[in-house]
Design a protein around this ligand. Structure first.
Ligand SMILES: [Zn+2]
Ligand SMILES: [Zn+2]
Length: 136
C-alpha cells in the first residue's frame, strides 16, 4: 500500500503536520550531528517543502547545525521533527514523529563512517560511508 498523505506531531502535540507524498524511502543517518541531536541515529523520509502543512509553527525552533542545513524541533518538548537543507525545496521528516502506519520501509544507511562505537547495523540494507547522491 502506498500512502500519499501522512500526519505527525511532536511529543507534546504543540506542533502537528500533514505531509503529502510521494515520500522518499526513509534513510538512516549515522552522522555525529544526527546522533548528538537525537540521542541515537535518525531515520527520515523526505518530501517537497510545499507539501508540508504545519500547525503550531510558532512552537518550532530552527537550529542551523551546519552551513548547509537546519534542524527543526519543538521548543517545548524538544522532539526532533525536521531537517531542511539550505537552498533546497525539500524537507526531511524524522520517522519517529509520523503517525503509523506509515507504509514506509527503511531503504539504506548513510554516514556509516560516523556510526557510534556502541552499536552495529544489523540489517543487510545498503550502507554509504557518507551521503549518497539521492540525499537532499
Ligand atoms: Zn512538542
Ligand atoms: Zn545525519
Amino acid at each position: 500500500m502506498s500512502t500519499n498523505q501522512l500526519t505527525g506531531r511532536c511529543n507534546c502535540g504543540g506542533v502537528t503536520f500533514v505531509a503529502t507524498g510521494p515520500f522518499r524511502p526513509p534513510k538512516a543517518c549515522h552522522c555525529k550531528t544526527c546522533r548528538r541531536q537525537s540521542g541515537h541515529h535518525i531515520a527520515a523520509t523526505q518530501i517537497d517543502r510545499a507539501d508540508l502543512s504545519l500547525t503550531g509553527e510558532d512552537m518550532l525552533t530552527w537550529y542551523a547545525a551546519s552551513d548547509h542545513a537546519r534542524r527543526g524541533f519543538c521548543r517545548v518538548c524538544g522532539a526532533n521533527l525536521f531537517w531542511e537543507p539550505r537552498g533546497s525545496r525539500r524537507i526531511s521528516i524524522f520517522m519517529g514523529c509520523l503517525d503509523e502506519p506509515t507504509g514506509l520501509h527503511l531503504a539504506d544507511h548513510i554516514f556509516v563512517g560516523e556510526r557510534g562505537d556502541y552499536y552495529t547495523i544489523g540489517d543487510s540494507l545498503p550502507q554509504a560511508l557518507e551521503r549518497d547522491t539521492t540525499t537532499g
